[in-house]
Every structure is written in structure tokens, then in C-alpha cells.
Design a protein around this ligand. Structure first.
Ligand code: ASP
Ligand code: MG
Length: 471
């Protein structure tokens, strides 16, 4: 019994053409697999619009502001459905279901407007609506094309804790629900179109699994069905060696370990979030990232561990908008607790630190944070270190804006001699100055800091001289 779980991301089911294409893909593979489970996201941009409607309901005096967003959502869904389905009873039923959901959204926003606040629980009820509308649409299109298909709200399947907006699945209960609700559907040859992103508590209150959570939904279902494969449909040919907007000759990476992918996700590349696919990776279920708009391209395969090509740089990413903060002074040498106090002060401002550098002489600690966080962080540090500054144990707390973190990613980099020589050789040849370096905290990343003006050049040089030369 061969089982395939497929997930279509927002752009893969975000327009008339995309839904047409996605449903063709489903029909084709429904014939080839014994069991096919499909997970869909909301149409691209819809989750953002839903969040915006709730926020607008709080912030704007005028009630009309959120009504406008809802009207746009209604028009987009109506237009899509009307373009994909002939005018018949089924279409009318679908349109009125969409209308009911959007009326419900209007009622939610109205009460949020009156109360002047949004609770995380209300936010979950609102943000899950995009998936609920879209799963129904996709299932109806499949039926129209002759397939056997039903939409299923994952609120019936995925039982979660009550940590709204970032809920975690309770796997045993979820497994039981899936056996009860989804297994019989599959036995009778129906392709279920499951809403991504949402679940519900045991009491039935809607929750969401965090942004981008449809990947997680697919992984949970794959785990419960012990699926043979998982395919994540996207709008790119796979995970790329670099951002193609920055590096026009970026290529698809054929195989990637989940920790390499994690490193890429952390550093801003548009790939799956490692947490969301953990259930699949742990079970060694083969997972592919594929392109709906180029379905015959092989895509990228994600595995638990790659054995070949260790110690090669596979991808290069850049995070812009960073600032480097430096705490320096000769009086810091050998004094315990400075680092702890530094990072406690940073944390007190809610800033997340993306990179830390401390030289062994202990004369300075540097770290990188997003630029908008710099003024409050520097202020908090000056307060925390007031005494040390007065005594000149710390000479200076300074910050430098307009820097970029460039990260080379590849499993085994830490244990392979010559990696930094390659990277710095490439940068040196191009006369690019490296401001700071960090390696070793993760097995598969080498990060360096360059001036924002040098970032694109740095990424391109490493890509062409190292990655295209075999890593
Ligand atoms: N629609 C949700 C989001 O935009 C979930 C997903 O697409 O994975 O975050
Ligand atoms: Mg996504």
C-alpha cells in the first residue's frame, strides 16, 4: 500500500492558473498511488490579509477599513471560483460557504473593533479561514474535473495544545482522529483536501501551528499514515544554491540534509522550517520540494543526513538590515559575567541575536542584531554597564549599521580543512573586506559580516568561485 502526502503552498494554489495546475497534478498522481492525501495553504497573501483585517479592526476608528479588506477577499475568492467552475448548484453552494466564512470574519472583526483588542484565540479563528475557503475550492475543482475528492477541516484531525498561534500537536490523539476520520475516506478512494495550518484543542477550539504551518500539517499526516513520500509543492524548482534575485546562475540543490536546510531557513532562505518537517525526517520518509509550475523537474530531496558531499559548501545566503554592536574595553579581560550581563540586556529589549563574536583576548564582544533594535539595545547596555563605563573597564559600547551576514552552508564544514581558505580566497581576490567571522556553533554554517555595499558581490564571488567549482 503506497501512500503519498502532498502539500501545496500559497502560490501553488493562489490563482486560477495555479489551482488548475495543482488539481491536474493531484489527478495524475491519484491514479499512481494507493492513497493520496493533499494539504493546501490559503491562497497566497490571504493569511496576511486576514491578520491585517483583525489589526485594522483594532487600530482604525473607521469600521469601513476592515470591511474593505473583507470585500477584497470576497472578490478574489468569488472570481477564482467563478473562473474555475461552471455555474451550477455546486458552485452556488461553494460561493455561499465562502460568503458564510467571510461573514463570520466580519462578525469577529466587528467585535474586535468594539472590544479594542485581539486575543490570540480570536486571531487563530480568523487566520485559519484562508485554508478553510481554499480547501473547499480545490476539492470542488477536483470533483468538477472528474476526481473523487472531499475537503476536510484539520480542526477535526489535528488535536493540539492551547498555545494559540503556535500550537503543538498531541500526536496520540491526532493519530486516533486521523484513523477515525481520514482512513475510511482513503479506503473508499477519495482524495481528502485537508486544510493546512490549523488544528483544534480537545475542546474543539481552533488553533494554528505557526506561520507557514501547512508544512507541519503535511508532516503530521505523513507521520500518522507512515507515508512513503511527502512532496511539498512550491513556486521554485527546489532549494537553490543562492537567492536567484542576487545570483542569476543559482542552481537547484539535488539533496540536502535537514540541518543544512535549518541553517538556510534561519538565515532567511525561503525553505521549509526544520521544526515543521521533523516528524518526516525522523522517520526517514523521503521528502521532496517541487515546483508546481514545472512539475517534471526533480526538485530537492531533504534527508536526515547526507553522507556524500560532506565538507562542501552547498549554498550561500545573506541577511540584510543588520547592525553590529561592540562592547569593548581592556578591563573586561578575565572578568566573569560580562557576557551574561551583555546578553541579558539585549534580551531585555526582545532583540534576537543572529551572530556572536568574541576574540580570545576578551577585549571585546560583538554581536549582530536587526538594525531597528540597535538604539534600545545600546541604551540598555549603557545602563547595565554604567559602573564599568565610569571606571573605564569598558571603554566603549558602539554600533555599526549597514552590515550584512553572509553564511555559507554545508554539512561537515566545521570538520573540513581548507573551507575558510576557499571562502576568504574568493573574497580576497575580489577585494572584499570581511568585518567579522563566526564558525563552529553549527556544524554546517560559516558566517561572516561584510558591509552592505559589498554583500551582493560577496555572495556572487563565493557562489561562482566556490559553489560552482564543486563547493
Ligand atoms: N497560510 C499560512 C501562512 O501563510 C500557512 C501556510 O501557508 O503554510 O502562514
Ligand atoms: Mg510556506
Amino acid at each position: 500500500m503506497k501512500t503519498l502526502v502532498m502539500k501545496f503552498g500559497g502560490t501553488s494554489v493562489g490563482s486560477v492558473e495555479a489551482i488548475d495546475q495543482a488539481t491536474d497534478i493531484v489527478l495524475e498522481h491519484a491514479k499512481q498511488w494507493d492513497r493520496l492525501v493533499v494539504v493546501v495553504s490559503a491562497m497566497s497573501g490571504v493569511t496576511d490579509a486576514l491578520i491585517e483585517s483583525a489589526r485594522t479592526a483594532v487600530t482604525e476608528e473607521e469600521e469601513e477599513a476592515f470591511r474593505g479588506i473583507i470585500a477584497d477577499l470576497r472578490a478574489r475568492h468569488h472570481d477564482t471560483i467563478e473562473a474555475l467552475l461552471p455555474k451550477d448548484n455546486e458552485r452556488e453552494k461553494l460561493l455561499s460557504t465562502v460568503d458564510n466564512l467571510l461573514d463570520e470574519l466580519g462578525a469577529f472583526c466587528h467585535s474586535i473593533h468594539i472590544l479594542g483588542e485581539i486575543t490570540p484565540r480570536a486571531m487563530d479563528a480568523i487566520t485559519g479561514m484562508g485554508e478553510r475557503m481554499n480547501a473547499r475550492t480545490v476539492a470542488a475543482v477536483l470533483r468538477h474535473k472528474g476526481g473523487k475528492s472531499e475537503s476536510v477541516d484539520a480542526t477535526r484531525l489535528i488535536v493540539t495544545d492551547d498555545k494559540h498561534q503556535n500550537a503543538a500537536p498531541l500526536m496520540d490523539k491526532t493519530r486516533a482522529r486521523i484513523q477515525e476520520w481520514l482512513a475510511p475516506m482513503l479506503e473508499s478512494g477519495v482524495v481528502p483536501i485537508v486544510t493546512g495550518f490549523i488544528g483544534a484543542t480537545e475542546e474543539g477550539v481552533t488553533t494554528t501551528l505557526g506561520r507557514g504551518g501547512s508544512d507541519y500539517t503535511a508532516a503530521i499526516l505523513a507521520d500518522c499514515f507512515d507515508a512513503d513520500q511527502v512532496w511539498m509543492w512550491n513556486d521554485v524548482d527546489g532549494v537553490m544554491t543562492a537567492d536567484p534575485r542576487m545570483v542569476p546562475d543559482a542552481r537547484v540543490i539535488p539533496i540536502l540534509s535537514s540541518s543544512e536546510m535549518g541553517e538556510l531557513a534561519y538565515f532567511g532562505a525561503k525553505v521549509l522550517h526544520p521544526k515543521t518537517i521533523l516528524p518526516v525526517v525522523q522517520r526517514d520518509i523521503p521528502l521532496w520540494v517541487k515546483n508546481t509550475f514545472n512539475p517534471t523537474a526533480p526538485g530537492t530531496r531533504i534527508v536526515r543526513e547526507v553522507k556524500e558531499n560532506r565538507g562542501k559548501i552547498k549554498a550561500i545566503t545573506a541577511i540584510k538590515g543588520m547592525s553590529m554592536v561592540t562592547v569593548e574595553g581592556r578591563g573586561m579581560i578575565g572578568i566573569p559575567g560580562i557576557a551574561a550581563r551583555t546578553f541579558a540586556a539585549v534580551a531585555s529589549q526582545g532583540a534576537s541575536v543572529l551572530m556572536i563574536i568574541q576574540a580570545s583576548s576578551e577585549q571585546s564582544i560583538c554581536f549582530l542584531i536587526p538594525t531597528p533594535m540597535t538604539p534600545p539595545v545600546v541604551k540598555a547596555l549603557e545602563q547595565e554597564m554604567e559602573r564599568e563605563l565610569a571606571r573605564r573597564d569598558i571603554d566603549r559600547i558602539s554600533s555599526r549599521d549597514n552590515v550584512v551576514i553572509v553564511t555559507a552552508v554545508g554539512a561537515g564544514l566545521r570538520d573540513t580543512p581548507g573551507i575558510s581558505a576557499k571562502v576568504f580566497g574568493a573574497l580576497g581576490k575580489a577585494d572584499i573586506n570581511v568585518i567579522a567571522i563566526a564558525q563552529g556553533s553549527s556544524e554546517c554554517g560559516l558566517s561572516l559580516v561584510v558591509a552592505a555595499d559589498d554583500a551582493v558581490d560577496a555572495v556572487q564571488q563565493i557562489h561562482s568561485q566556490v559553489i560552482l567549482n564543486g563547493g
